[in-house]
Design a protein around this ligand. Structure first.
Ligand code: SF4
Length: 290
């Protein structure tokens, strides 16, 4: 890892405020879009850039904001990478979000988020907190291949369950679904049923497929060569250089996914999921505040 002094931390676009405390990631997912050349990394993806002044910048930004809103984090780089336990920058930023009464929508694959569950709980009580994770495969052996350096699906489901017990709403990203790898009926059914069991609020699944761009594609294909000999040729033959690689079974799998969501009252419309994560209700004034 290496440290930088960032110029700013909070990006506000289309009414959504987001921040990335880190740049790059140590979790090693074979399909990671963050590796794409378009993001113009000047360092190795695993050599995580740490914005050491993130808490100070965030405090300045929130102090001057007129209205409270949800702050999104963890979309381009996991907020709970291997350095967070030592650096505690995500935690410091959460403390500032709490101090100024903002809400947070935080995404991670790591169970390190449980270290901050009390703080997330406090934010949720005073404003709103939404915890998001990604689930791609119910098979933990496969999980250790496609997402090698982070806790497995079983553990991530336990994290979702812990959040639910505290009344913290959760959103799952069921993505990517890798053609010829995890695009099976059994996998989608098992994941969505588990989401229902642990009270997941919404599931985001744009398509049963994966997107690949330059940079990301090379890394993904090298992993296919290592772990799934022969599969790269099948990908190239089926998809060429496409950006969208949709599973041949996408239609059938999307139907299964939606049906289980409907049966269990899980939001599956993407706009609705994003709206839920963006909306910050007015704080209810309790008699104890008076
Ligand atoms: S956790 Fe997210 S940012 Fe990190 S390697 Fe995996 S996909 Fe990329």
């Amino acid at each position: 890892m290496h440290f930088v002094d960032a110029k700013g931390i909070l990006n506000t676009k289309n009414g959504f405020s987001g921040m990335n405390i880190y740049r790059g990631c140590t979790h090693g997912c074979i399909y990671c879009d963050g590796r794409s050349l378009c993001y113009q990394f000047t360092h190795k993806f695993e050599d995580v850039e740490v914005k050491r002044n993130a808490p100070e910048l965030l405090e300045q930004a929130l102090k001057s904001k007129r209205t409270r809103c949800m702050i999104g984090t963890g979309y381009m780089s996991d907020s709970y990478n291997h350095y967070e336990p030592e650096l505690r920058l995500t935690r410091k930023c959460l403390e500032i979000i709490h101090k100024y009464g903002f809400g947070v929508a935080i995404q991670t694959k790591s169970d390190r988020i449980l270290d901050d569950i009390d703080l997330l709980d406090a934010i949720n009580k005073d404003a709103k907190c939404v915890v998001q994770t990604t689930l791609t495969t119910y098979d933990d052996k496969l999980c250790s291949i496609i997402e090698p350096n982070v806790c497995n699906t079983k553990r991530r489901i336990e994290v979702l369950e812990e959040m639910h017990k505290r009344g913290i709403p959760t959103i799952v990203w069921l993505s990517p679904v890798l053609p010829f790898i995890n695009d099976t009926e059994e996998n989608i059914t098992a994941i969505v049923n588990e989401c229902a069991r642990v009270g997941v609020k919404g599931i985001i699944c744009p398509d049963m497929g994966v997107t690949l761009r330059d940079g990301d594609r090379e890394y993904f294909y090298a992993a296919l060569d290592k772990h799934f000999p022969g599969l790269k040729d099948r990908y190239i033959h089926t998809y060429g250089n496409s950006y969208n690689l949709s599973s041949p079974d996408s239609k059938k799998l999307m139907k299964i996914f939606r049906n289980i969501c409907i049966k269990n009252g899980i939001i599956f419309d993407m706009d609705e999921c994003f709206k839920f994560m963006n909306d910050l209700p007015d704080k209810q004034i309790s008699i104890f505040d008076l």
